[in-house]
Ligand binder design. Sequence first.
Ligand SMILES: N[C@@H](CCC(=O)N[C@@H](CS)C(=O)NCC(=O)O)C(=O)O
Length: 328
Amino acid sequence: MGLLVDGKWQDKWYDTDKTGGKFEREAARFRNWVTAGGEPGPRGEGGFPAESGRYHLYVSMACPWAHRTLIFRKLKGLDAHISISVVSPDMLENGWEFRPGEDAHEDHLYGSQFMHQIYTRAAPDYTGRVTVPVLWDKRRETIVSNESAEIIRMFNSAFNGLEGVKAGLDFCPDTLRDEIDGINGRVYHTINNGVYKAGFATAQDKYEVAYDELFESLDWLEDRLSRQRYLVGGQLTEADWRLFTTLVRFDAVYFGHFKCNRNRISDFPALSAYVRDLYQVPGVANTVDMGQIKRHYYFSHTMINPTQVVPKGPEQNFDAPHGRDRLS
Ligand SMILES: N[C@@H](CCC(=O)N[C@@H](CS)C(=O)NCC(=O)O)C(=O)O
């Protein structure tokens, strides 16, 4: 685990000293947008038109942020248009690595050994963390974006003109967008990033604040989802997929490893059925690799789990009936 400083790799854990033990996630630095015709997006520069075969996605199967992009790529029918390389689940002194084998790929574009080499290829003097997912432009040989929230919005709409892409499937319709953004805001701060705030806190009080906010939000969602099948508008939206990637990891990882242990998701009747409902959407199960998820967290975070022993459990069956059709 480390970061780049002026283009040089340094092996350093998150610095929580300057924030009194609180984990603060750094904002992503590459924020351009692929758009249908290459016009600039909401921020960043233009010149990234949606073209088949032009873009490459670097992901980890373990990472909940990268997982969002894998789900959108699959559901929108973008597999044939956007290629991918999967990094090894073990993120140690060199950060994310390419280690071709059962779990990971080589870097299909440049044969790099480390993900940080992709960042310095785009920006030789880059300073910051080296995160996945990364959307890479093969034509301009640079990073378009390393912000998953924005990559999924691009996948949702920018590529709709390409052959075989499910243009009619809209996970962020204009009419629901404000409500989706509202839900996303709370879910991001207290759940998606909330589990990390609990797990990476190095002071008791900072951990407890994150823990309380997390379970307050899970109680709120349990109530909401006991009355409606999906979070917003009676249909599957981006808000559901953003919540899903955290919930599906919760009992196996966040409950124990990140000390988010008031309850398991399996203790919440609505939330647990909701996770199964989303998991059973055709195409999604293949994006969930529980072996890599557990391996990554328990093996890579040596300051939390120095023995690097990976737990065998829990037993989970996301294929069990969810019974949520009645809420549609
Ligand atoms: N804002 C980013 C966050 C991505 C992120 O933090 N990914 C984690 C993996 S789960 C990572 O690569 N961490 C490496 C690090 O922080 O050094 C996004 O949503 O795309």
